[in-house]
Design a binder for this molecule. Sequence first.
Ligand code: PLP
Length: 363
Amino acid sequence: STTYNFCAGPAMLPQAVMKKAQGELLDWNGLGTSVMEISHRSKEFIALTDQAETDLRELMSIPENYHVLFMHGGGRGQFSAVVNNFLGENGKALYLVSGSWSRSAVDEAIKLTSDAQIDTLDLLVNDNGISAVSIPELAGKATDYRYLHYCPNETVDGIEIVEEINCPWPIVADMSSNIMSREIDVSKFGLIYAGAQKNIGPSGLSIVIVRDDMLKMPSLPQSSIMDYRLAVKHGSMYNTPPTFAWYLAAEVFKWLKVSGGVAAMAKTNAKKAELLYDFIDGSDFYNNTVSAQNRSLMNVIFYLENEDNNADFLAEASRAGLVALKGHRSVGGMRASIYNAMPIEGVEKLVEFMKGFADKYQA
Ligand code: PLP
């Protein structure tokens, strides 16, 4: 029977893509060799990367004045790349904190610069055990920040910020766990980055979408492979890129296009999340601790009222083909990550299982 994988990342990839990749693993593009074994500078691979960029630009409606980069180092690689590329000796940046990944980005930024260069704003408010995000008025702030950094989807905490951030500085967004899950206006951002291993492809790769004027900011001395200007100049091939991850990302983009693009994903993602949150809200066996307006469509966290049942829940779910539901070690409980590749049937099966488990274990 089918296994549904709810891992937060590396996450389930579209089954159609995996089957296609399996079919051409040993003989890609009629070359008699796998895509992993050919030069990244070969005309076949360059055709692949050109198509990948074209498809991503179409999927996200990326304006002409933005560069699309395929880089190494996942999400965390970009925590440092952003600082090294944009802050220079004296620049300041404002970091919004809404959960564990945005906090990690702050730690990295301070490590590479100083406390004096990094201002933070904690957005989290807790009302009777329910977390919500509250964004203060930013437009009138006098400081001339080089950029504002935030994480619109906190993978660990299950918190998503949907509202637009209004501020006078370029916005840098860590969209590792919600890129292409809903439509966004790229022109509102100075830079968007995402580790690939949730909605894009295998881990290691990261996608960077950067407005060209951002590249004029003074940078700090840094390793060449994380330098945006060099990446632009060399078509993301200053050094050997993660070619297999890039290939699979290209296949995911094709799959997204034939599946109706980001608008179609957004519709299904909203349905999937609603199914799960509605069930949790209607049950006194399970609960969620995020306010309705900040509940993530991608990472649904929930707790069993009686946490003594956690181990049984995970074991029985696994036997039913519902795997990787354990919450992040820092917050405990459960987490169902339901990225683009998770079909609605997977969520239906999870809800059915949760219902049955509650009936069996309810005191
Ligand atoms: N940012 C977010 C929102 C994430 O969810 C993750 C990983 O799960 C990261 C950054 C770090 O990504 P990586 O492990 O690829 O460095």
